[in-house]
Design a protein around this ligand. Structure first.
Ligand SMILES: *Cc1c(COP(=O)(O)O)cnc(C)c1O
Length: 434
């Protein structure tokens, strides 16, 4: 008996790609590719009522036309019209042949990691997202995977560990919270030279498709947390995967369908809404971030932000990306002072994560990166006093004002008739030694 064809992929999309069907195609019928700002909001569809917003198909099952099936969709774990629409829309925005959506950014990473088998070697950064670190640790302890953590922001540190055994290279740029830049084209090329089958996977959460297209720089898979910039409102969790190689896409889809981690219809619908404003949010957020980075640098703080000419890898960053993003970090020279700043702000919410329309402030060593022990943090030169800012869309003068007040209250600056400069005022220095 021959097996029936894979139902979810029985149709070609408008450009001939073997994609899951969608009742509302998100590519314009003329096949014209518009600029990203237009593509984010433009969809042409064939909804029976001409709905302007893609309808939410909040259903687990679909009635079939005959006893042997026949419908485009049968069960939401395998496929759902709202999810298909989101995936096609994302494929277009990420300039990929196929995109897939799952329940979280870590869910996306998990789907990718299922391609690994015992004995495979993985190369990953040493300033990686904490959740990625935790999953890799689990795989090396229980799955027989060999993980090499190296400083991927230095091509020379990556070359010696590459070999024909390298099955996967995981990259993230800029790194967080040290905001170091990874040379994606150079590492992708070296990895494929060492083993043409190596999968180069890039976590693009920090920049989003508005600012960076890793697939165009040599990556095989790009994934990101949709929880951050794509959604933009911190009201949902999602993960996105995109590829150009359709057989790779098929493998990823198999795992998603087999393990049941596809994004739920309601979250797909919310994410579709968020994506429409990605461009305007990002532009505003990074304009704010630039002004804040300059303000802090002008006070004399050591600021890490690729929008500043003082960033040591400024040229490398701009050779790959269209913008600097909206996450920056700075040092105060003292952990107590940093703590006071974080606790003195009003507009800046103390919170992990980023990508939200609201501005956030945190101390990575006390919060998001606290699971890395102090010794390792030292080895990775993660300053204990580092303050991370994730800039939102508020009025930039309000944000700077709030920060200025917090800096003064915390004693991070010395105020004089000429203005303020970074450095603990003498009358406070004694206090801090106690
Ligand atoms: C948040 C984040 C993730 C994980 O995404 P979740 O949606 O929280 O699971 C992965 N990588 C980076 C860089 C992130 O910031």
């Amino acid at each position: 008996m021959s097996s029936p064809p894979l139902k979810a992929f029985s149709k070609l999309d408008l450009s001939g790609h073997d994609l899951p069907p969608s009742p509302a195609p998100s590519s314009p019928r003329t096949g014209k590719v518009y600029s990203l700002a237009t593509e984010l909001v433009y969809t042409e569809h064939s909804d029976q009522y001409g709905a302007s917003s893609m309808p939410l198909y909040q259903t687990a099952t679909f009635k079939q036309t005959s006893g042997s099936g026949g419908g485009e969709y049968d069960y939401t774990r395998s496929g759902n019209p709202t999810r298909s629409h989101l995936e096609k829309h994302l494929a277009k925005i990420m300039r990929a042949n196929r995109a897939l959506v799952v329940s979280s950014g870590m869910g996306a990473m998990d789907v990718i990691s299922r391609m690994l088998k015992p004995g495979d070697e993985v190369i990953a950064g040493d300033d990686l997202y904490g959740g990625t670190n935790r999953l890799l640790k689990y795989l090396s302890t229980h799955g027989g995977i060999i993980v090499h953590h190296v400083d991927t922001t230095s091509v020379d540190a990556v070359l010696p560990v590459l070999s024909e055994k390298t099955a996967m290279v995981l990259l993230e740029t800029p790194t967080n919270p040290l905001i170091k830049i990874v040379d994606l084209p150079a590492i992708a090329k070296a990895a494929h030279d060492a083993n043409p089958k190596t999968v180069v996977a890039v976590d693009n959460t920090m920049l989003s498709p508005w600012l960076l297209n890793p697939l165009e720089l040599g990556a095989d898979i790009v994934y990101e947390s949709g929880t951050k910039y794509l959604s933009g409102h911190h009201d949902l969790m999602a993960g996105v995967l995109a590829v150009n190689d359709l057989s790779l896409g098929e493998k990823l889809y198999f795992t998603i369908n087999a393990s049941g981690c596809g994004l739920a219809p309601f979250d797909c619908w919310l994410l579709l809404r968020g994506i429409k404003t990605l461009g305007v949010r990002m532009e505003k957020q990074q304009a704010n971030a630039q002004a804040i980075a300059e303000f802090l640098e002008n006070q004399g703080f050591k600021v890490r932000y690729p929008g500043l000419k003082s960033h040591p890898q400024y040229d490398l960053h701009w050779s790959m990306a269209r913008g600097a993003g909206a996450v920056l970090s700075f040092e105060t020279g003292n952990t107590v002072i940093s703590e006071r700043i974080v606790e003195s702000t009003r507009l800046w919410a103390i919170s992990v994560s980023f990508g939200c329309v609201n501005s956030l402030i945190s101390m990575p060593c006390r919060m998001s990166h606290a699971s890395i022990d102090e010794k390792t943090r030292k080895e990775r030169q993660l300053p204990e006093d580092l303050v991370r800012l994730c800039v939102g869309i508020e009025d930039v003068d309000d944000l700077i004002d709030d920060l200025r007040t917090a800096l003064v209250q915390a004693g991070a600056v010395t105020v004089s008739v000429d203005g303020m400069t970074a450095g603990v005022p003498p009358e406070l220095a004694e206090d801090l030694r106690k």
